[in-house]
Design a protein around this ligand. Structure first.
Ligand SMILES: NC(=O)c1ccc[n+]([C@@H]2O[C@H](COP(=O)([O-])OP(=O)(O)OC[C@H]3O[C@@H](n4cnc5c(N)ncnc54)[C@H](O)[C@@H]3O)[C@@H](O)[C@H]2O)c1
Length: 349
């Protein structure tokens, strides 16, 4: 299958590109190369005949039409987005334009191409979204997000993703575009951009800097190793039922404080400090405005219909991740100089 992957120079998109090529697919990576992009993430596949790169912005409809016409993909996996909640609090405009208008452009470009091809039933538009569209859960561990949980987004980021999900469903119902959707929990793993929680903690620890925990650290997230997510996404684009959405989660709920303590324990083993534990660097800072208390995914549908399960526990995945950052300073060091990285963002509200 030839897959047009948008956002393939980002964290999850690049894992999808690497995995798709390893699985024998052809990939066209469409990315605007914003501050969050890094082409080094796909360097290991970039020289192969199965890979093509197009620098294009999903806000530019004409550019999208050209990419569809030149490459004639069998499927689209749409991951390009503004993805950092803290940045969405400081500057929601980019999130509205890329995540909503950009997705609208992708849908219209895909629809025009699909109609021109004679509406092949095998075509897929796979929209990759987040569990944050469902809002915040109570502490009760029996309550989780299912595919029928009502949408209740609470940040500019999650609201923009929710809007894009609605557009994708509407293009299926109204125009018959063969879509599938996925809503995933928090990812972590190699190539995670150094403004997100897990890399911030690892890199601050290595630098002997404070390890910032928002609020009291009691917020719960359901952590998923990025390579497990990429595997699930490829399964959905190949075998998912048209018009259906699938929740993807790691069944690995942790409070932020527990997560950071686990990372400190791994670092204490792998790269001991001269004195004390990395845990001594934990520092509680002002909470994020509107910080959702808990996210947890019920992955029953993708497990029973498509047979997918995460392959690693959060302990295994975190250890792999820490080792990757220890071994790949040449990747992360230059990214720390990019705009806003390392600054506390999202406290203006
Ligand atoms: N990171 C997570 O934990 C998580 C969880 C669930 C869902 N998601 C979703 O997965 C997708 C990928 O997330 P990520 O963490 O890899 O994001 P990321 O920020 O690491 O990467 C986003 C990529 O999209 C590109 N991009 C941004 N705006 C663009 C535009 N206007 N035109 C073309 N390309 C553009 C960037 O250059 C970058 O390469 C997003 O849609 C996000 O909402 C992320």
């Amino acid at each position: 299958m030839k897959i047009l992957v948008t956002g393939g120079a980002g964290f999850i998109g690049s894992a999808v590109v690497r995995r798709a090529i390893a699985d024998g697919h052809e990939v066209v990576n469409l990315d605007a190369l914003t501050y969050a992009a890094c082409l080094a993430n796909v360097a290991c596949v970039a020289d192969g005949a199965a890979y093509a790169f197009e620098q294009a912005d999903i806000r530019d409809r004409a550019a999208l039409d050209r990419v569809f016409a030149v490459h004639a993909p069998d499927a689209v996996m749409h991951l390009a987005a503004e993805s950092h909640v803290d940045r969405s609090i400081d500057g929601p405009g980019d999130f509205i334009e890329t995540n909503i208008t950009g997705t609208y452009n992708m849908l219209e470009a895909a629809r025009s191409y699909w109609v021109g091809q004679g509406r092949p039933a095998s075509f897929r538009f796979h929209h990759i979204s987040t569990d944050e569209v469902y809002g915040s859960l109570p502490a009760d561990p029996s309550v989780k997000f299912t595919e029928t949980t009502p949408y209740d987004p609470r940040s500019p980021y999650s609201a923009s993703k929710a809007a894009s999900d609605h557009l994708v469903r509407a293009w299926h119902e109204t125009y018959g575009l063969p879509v599938v959707l996925t809503n995933c929990s928090n990812n972590y793993g190699p190539y995670h951009f150094p403004e997100k929680l897990i890399p911030v903690i690892i890199l601050n620890a290595l630098a002997g800097k404070p390890l910032p925990i928002y609020g009291d650290g009691s917020n719960v997230r359901d952590w998923l190793y990025v390579e497990d997510h990429a595997e699930a996404l490829l399964l959905v684009v190949e075998k998912g039922t048209v018009g259906r959405s699938y929740n993807i989660g790691g069944e690995n709920e942790r409070t932020n404080l527990d997560l950071v303590r686990t990372l400190c324990g791994i670092l204490d083993r792998l790269r001991p400090r001269a004195a004390g534990s990395y845990g001594d660097l934990i520092t509680f800072v002002t909470d994020r405005p509107g910080h959702d208390a808990r996210y947890a995914i019920d992955p029953t549908r993708i497990r029973t219909e498509l047979g997918w399960r995460p392959s690693v526990t959060v302990e295994e995945g975190l250890e792999r991740t820490v080792r990757w950052y220890l071994d790949n300073e040449a990747w992360w060091r230059p990214l720390q100089a990019r705009h806003g990285v390392g600054e506390r963002l999202g406290v203006k509200a």
